[in-house]
Design a protein around this ligand. Structure first.
Ligand code: AMP
Length: 228
């Protein structure tokens, strides 16, 4: 939230571009809660919920969970108190059908997306990032074995939880996920570009460099909102 204004943001970009890392920074600095569908699925799998049981094999293969299940999941999340005063939606929408459904979910609540942060980086950067990525089992904080090492090996700096590697972060699944992204999700950039919502951010630099670009984009959005 900037100066008490409600911010509804999307963060888009290929797997490994740093969406989760930016989401943590945005949450810390602007107090905008992170709503990640991938994270929601990983939690459902851990808890072995009915949705988790369906999603497990799909995530491990790097494929997409059926649209209807994902749309329902987001619809339910949107009703949570936590997201009533804004959110940063990450990992959704991933297909044109989901994007159209999102329009409906937002309309039903008289909400609209203020800005889409589209993180961009070359495949070689993505592959290096994904293969070195580690996450905290307890709080989900992202790490990297070279770029963002924890102070104590395999232990989260924030909560002391154990770090793990996502089962879909292996070389075979990574290339499939990148292919799924190019085919199914990248066309959404055009869909939203036509609405003037996209802000491209260079995701190939350091965390600080990328976050500086994000801050600039959010600052400009805030200035524009004040002028209106
Ligand atoms: P992420 O954490 O965003 O990389 O998502 C991890 C996995 O969760 C994806 O590879 C999909 O299997 C599943 N997933 C997350 N979001 C969606 C979505 N919007 N539609 C379908 N599947 C999704």
């Amino acid at each position: 939230m900037i100066n008490g204004d409600i911010m509804r943001l999307l963060i888009m970009g290929p797997p490994g571009v740093g969406k989760g890392t930016m989401a943590v920074h945005i949450k810390n600095v602007y107090n905008i809660p992170h709503l990640s569908t991938g994270e929601a699925y990983r939690e459902a799998i851990k808890l072995m919920t009915p949705v988790g049981k369906i999603a497990k094999g799909i995530l491990n293969r790097g494929e997409l969970v059926p649209d209807e299940i994902t749309i329902n999941l987001v619809n339910e999340k949107f009703d949570n108190k936590e997201y009533q005063s804004g959110f940063l939606l990450d990992g959704f929408p991933r297909t044109l059908f989901q994007a159209q459904a999102l329009d409906q979910l937002l309309d039903n609540r008289e909400w609209k997306i203020d800005l889409i942060l589209n993180l961009v980086a070359e495949d070689s950067v993505l592959i290096e990032r994904i293969s070195g990525r580690r996450l905290c089992k307890k709080c989900g904080e992202p790490y990297h074995i070279i770029n963002k090492k924890p102070q104590i090996m395999n232990i989260c700096d924030i909560c002391g939880g154990e770090l793990f590697q996502r089962p879909d972060d292996n070389s075979k699944t990574i290339s499939h996920r990148l292919e799924v992204y190019r085919k199914q999700t990248q066309p959404l950039i055009d869909f939203y570009n036509q609405r003037g919502l996209i802000r491209n951010i260079n995701g190939a630099g350091t965390i600080e460099e990328t976050f500086a670009e994000v801050e600039k984009a959010l600052g400009e959005l805030n200035d524009n909102n004040k002028k209106q």
